[in-house]
Ligand binder design. Structure first.
Ligand code: XMP
Length: 326
């Protein structure tokens, strides 16, 4: 790959001043590269694509066409946040695609984790390519490739594992953050005015909640994952654990157990809480969440999440357990 080595002279971007200098440099470079042509970007709402989008919006405004695909596996509030930040606050050219039914229909009865990932990835490319086909005059494709993506792969970002570069989209690439490490991307994002919730968010897998709704995804169990995850995140934030714990989420496995609710026997799912610390995801240790915090989360999940009658706390480190369940 040409020009995929970070220049040795490049300073580590760790202050707003250095971030501003980088932003100015990239704005000039983007304008020089794309001129008055249009650029397409798949905007997931993750740190990398959001920072890439914000940079491009600053450089070329509405020549950037952002496509946000809601595949139904995003966390509670995520599509709304993308619309609020990019369409309303940054006045971006944002296409929101509600592809929820399309993805969930394809995933019915699919139990194999790799098959689930493949379907999500393939569908994502198809939806994105369809949207691209509706646009006139696109000549460039922007990607939030960052330096670790280049070091770890062949330099082509597998976009959050839900689809690489669509082969039929033969556009020239625009990759303004490709020499940045994650911490630098965050400093640049913060300097560009993106909200903390977007810039400092925890790692989130491309197939999203799909890998946390273990086995064949059903809409009710997926809702249980989404709602319990929202409660967990809210209570971690209330307890000051947000930004301190590396990754935390809930999982709903595909089995039921008996319980008793309002004097009647119920036959419901458990919710499993996972809260881990890690440096690079190759190993992980368990966060010792205070009992009172856990207790509050348990009570809220049991009271507020439909179809759930137990809450479990997974104490297994990686290895042997992986962080995700699939
Ligand atoms: P595991 O489960 O392998 O996860 O211990 C390590 C880290 O990778 C994330 N992860 C994924 N990220 N697509 C992604 O973009 C995926 O398919 C995927 N699977 C796992 C996981 O959240 C953890 O941070």
């Amino acid at each position: 790959m040409e020009n995929n080595k970070r220049p040795e002279s490049m300073q580590r971007i760790n202050t707003p001043e250095l971030a501003n200098a980088f932003i100015d440099e990239q704005i000039a470079a983007i304008r020089a590269q794309v001129g008055d042509k249009k650029v397409l970007l798949a905007l997931s709402g993750g740190v990398d694509s959001s920072v890439c989008a914000a940079l491009l919006i600053k450089a070329i405004g509405k020549q950037l066409v952002c496509v946000h695909v809601n595949h139904g596996l995003l966390r509670k509030g995520e599509p709304e946040q993308v619309i609020e930040v990019f369409r309303h606050q940054m006045d971006a050219n944002l296409i929101y695609v509600d592809a929820v039914d399309r993805f969930l229909d394809k995933l019915v009865d699919v139990t194999d984790p790799e098959q689930k990932r493949k379907i999500i990835g393939k569908e994502f490319i198809e939806v994105f390519a369809e949207e691209a086909g509706k646009q006139d005059g696109i000549e460039f494709l922007a990607q939030g490739t960052i330096y670790p993506d280049i070091l770890e792969s062949d330099g082509v970002k597998a976009h959050h594992n839900v689809g690489g570069l669509p082969p039929e989209l033969n556009f020239e690439l625009v990759e303004p953050v490709k020499f940045l490490y994650k911490d630098e991307v965050r400093v640049v994002g913060k300097t560009l005015g993106l909200p903390d919730g977007m810039v400092y968010r925890q790692p989130f897998p491309g197939p999203g909640l799909g890998v946390r709704c273990v086995g064949a995804i059903t809409r009710d169990r997926l809702e249980a994952v989404r709602e319990s995850d929202a409660i967990l995140r809210e209570e971690f934030a209330n307890a000051g654990l947000e930004g301190k714990v590396w990754q935390y989420f809930t999982v709903v496995p595909d089995f039921r157990s008996t319980g008793i609710r309002d004097g009647k026997r119920c036959w419901d799912w458990p919710v499993i809480i996972r809260a881990v610390n890690s440096i690079d995801a190759t190993s992980a240790s368990i966060e010792e969440v205070p009992y009172a915090v856990l207790n509050k989360i348990v009570n809220r999940i049991l009271a507020e999440v439909k179809g759930v009658n137990r809450v479990l706390y997974d104490l297994s480190p990686k290895p042997v357990a992986t962080i995700e369940y699939e």
